[in-house]
Design a binder for this molecule. Structure first.
Ligand SMILES: [Zn+2]
Length: 650
């Protein structure tokens, strides 16, 4: 009988109890070896600490995936219980001073054994320990623990309500003939009053959310100060590509400057869509912009939804394989999982094999759109790659979850929307980053690098997807007929529409995220001197003055990323810009270049073993500055505008 992910102990839900016990026993055995210096003599302290984190993460990451998407509730709740135990275990170990001390001392006592990778990993691990305040004097440590708990509490209180629908009054329901709930700011309706009502009601002020946000920002600011940083926004940039708060601000302000001229021409298209209707344009309101741009897109490229017939899941998967085969010399062995290896549902198993027939790792793609999935369209690293004591590599396991297939459809007949197909490419980009990972330590394996760098390989796959030559190769209908040139061109062009405004919107959100955590505004927000809404509105006037939100729109109260990303939301823009530079420099001329493919695979194989800036430096021969990244976004915009012109006769 196969157990979950090949683990015989997990052939039943009860197995999670045994797994938890085994992990605890093994973890404490390693802690003992590390702190009493009784481990194998040929293994350094950092290697043993990584073994320890591997023992815990391999089980905890698996449990995290299972509790979120297993189709059997007994497994999901058993995994949830395990997760609770693992979280406790990690918290206890992170505040274990002996462990911290052993690791720190090893920098000196084992210096002769350590190379740059060891030293960097020790630095990262020490910084993780320090996140728990283990290094502080007792009084400050207590304060640190208190603040960390406050942050956790405010953050979870805040995120609980970011999705809660707003309500309409009985009169409003009667007047518009609709139900009581407002669960989107953008209803697709031609009634301008209703658009305004929905937007303003969805983003109405909530005292509860403002208080949670105020508490979160205040506690983060104190914690940053306590650990010697000017603000939480400064603290968050420690390992990022841009490196400092100032560089990040320069990057975002640079985007605002370079993109400001893109807004008017795009708004003219919206005007065209509203032809003959009474819509205010000085400035246009966000709700009207959103509706008008959707209208224009639909009118000009409305038929792109019909292109799903070319996005047959199996063909898209083969298309992706063709790309990685040409680039990296890697092939996929696709099969249906054996009973028990994974949950019941529509799941495809992919063994990833290199040119020498070695198994690099395994990807499970779960396309089932079922209620028992708590999350969709994302990936889970169930096991990281890592060099084991034997010298061999632990093979990574990744689960990719897409909400793509309804119960009435068989995988063989599954077609994806163009957007879903692009998401598939993005998530497979993450998966390949894990598969190619050959770092010494699991702590830095594959996607386990800083957020901005982790999003580069996935964003790069979107560039492959949106390339005309590639679309024509991988998109075929059921009779094998490839997508027509004009259809593929229109598809790509439609995705480029309003790119200037969208970039500025993302910049506005990123700027809010960095400033609300920054030295100037965090204290004001924390003391209630200004509201998050006022700050958001002020920054909006700077980033996108031609689109108005109204001064009372509490957009920040719905900003779910603020908890998990705290002052790093802008990472997506950096990743997109970096991916664009790599695409231009290495792949645009020849998207199947084996030479460039292998070089890029090598960069990915480091995971977070090297600083992100160095990794980009290797990929591009020169590490990009904030100005280079800003320029990259703008050049990409200009190239897409050329495409739009070319396809405007469609
Ligand atoms: Zn991603």
């Amino acid at each position: 009988m196969h157990g979950l992910f090949g683990n015989p102990a997990l052939s039943s839900a009860e197995g999670f109890q045994k797994l938890t016990k085994d992990v605890e026993t093994e973890a404490y055995k390693l802690v003992d070896q590390i702190t009493n210096n009784t481990g194998p003599k040929d293994r350094s302290t950092v290697a043993l600490v990584d073994d320890l984190s591997n023992v815990i993460c391999s089980a905890a990451d698996l449990a995290e995936c299972v509790r979120n998407i297993h189709s059997n509730s007994a497994f999901a709740s058993a995994a949830n219980e395990s997760m609770r135990a693992f979280t406790n275990l990690v918290e206890t170990l992170n505040t274990n001073h002996k462990l911290f001390f052993a690791l720190k001392t090893s920098l000196k006592t084992e210096e002769h054994l350590l190379d740059d990778v060891d030293k960097r990993t020790i630095g990262l691990l020490i910084s993780d320990f320090e996140q728990s305040g283990v290094h502080l004097p007792d009084k400050e440590k207590d304060e640190f623990v208190c603040l960390s708990n406050e942050i956790f509490q405010h953050s979870s209180n805040f995120s609980k309500n970011t999705d809660t629908p707003s309500k309409l009054t009985v009169e409003e329901q009667k007047e518009y003939g609709i139900g009581p709930l407002v669960d989107t700011p953008y209803p697709h309706t031609s009634d301008p009053e209703l658009r305004k009502l929905f937007f303003n009601r969805f983003y109405q002020h909530s005292d509860e959310q403002e208080n949670a946000l105020r508490g979160l920002i205040g506690a983060r600011h104190k914690l940053a100060k306590l650990t010697g940083h000017e603000s939480f926004a400064h603290r968050s940039q420690l390992y990022s590509v841009l490196g400092t708060y100032e560089n990040t601000k320069n990057f975002l302000e640079g985007i605002i400057k370079t993109f400001s001229s893109t807004v008017e021409p795009e708004l003219n298209l919206v005007k065209e869509a509203f032809h003959g209707q009474d819509v205010e344009f000085n400035p246009i309101s966000e709700w009207d912009y959103s509706y008008g741009s959707a209208l224009y897109r639909q009118r000009v490229y409305g038929f792109t939804g019909l292109l799903s017939k070319y996005f047959h899941f199996e063909t898209i998967l083969c298309g992706f394989e063709m790309i990685v085969k040409k680039l990296y010399g890697i092939r996929f062995e696709t099969s249906l999982p054996v009973k028990g290896e994974i949950w019941d549902g529509k799941v495809v198993k992919i063994n990833v094999i290199d040119e020498n027939s070695n198994l690099l790792g395994t990807i499970f793609v779960d396309v089932d759109n079922r209620d028992s999935k708590l999350t969709g369209d994302c990936h889970y690293t169930v096991r990281c790659s890592k060099q084991l004591a034997s010298g061999e590599f632990q093979t990574p396991i990744v689960v990719l979850s897409l909400d793509a297939c309804d119960s009435s459809i068989e995988i063989e007949n599954l077609t994806l929307s163009p957007h879903m197909a692009e998401t598939f490419f993005h998530e497979m980009g993450h998966a390949m980053h894990s598969m190619l990972g050959r770092s010494r330590y699991q702590h830095t394996a594959g996607t386990r690098c800083p957020t901005d760098m982790a999003e580069v390989p996935s964003n790069l796959m979107e560039f492959f997807f949106n390339d005309l030559r590639i679309l024509k190769l991988i998109c075929k209908d059921s009779s094998g007929r490839p997508i027509r040139d004009d259809e593929a061109e229109a598809l790509i062009a439609s995705r480029s529409l309003f790119m200037g405004i969208e970039t500025l919107q993302q910049t506005h959100y990123s700027l809010f995220d960095i400033e609300v955590h920054g030295p100037e505004y965090a204290p004001l927000i924390a003391n209630g001197k200004i509201t998050s809404t006022a700050l958001f509105s002020e920054l909006g006037k700077k980033a996108l003055p031609l689109i108005g939100h109204g001064d009372n729109v509490a957009w920040p109260h719905r900003f779910s990323h603020i908890g998990p990303y705290g002052a790093k939301y802008y990472s997506y823009l950096v990743a997109k810009a970096a991916a664009s530079l790599i695409w231009e420099q290495c792949f645009r001329e020849d998207p199947f270049s084996r030479k460039c493919g292998l070089a890029w695979a090598k960069v990915q194989s480091y995971g977070g073993e090297l600083p992100s800036k160095d990794l980009l430096g290797i990929a591009l021969q020169k590490a990009p500055t904030s100005a280079d990244l800003c320029e990259a976004l703008h050049s990409q915009y200009s190239r897409n505008m050329e495409l739009l012109k070319d396809s405007s006769n469609v």
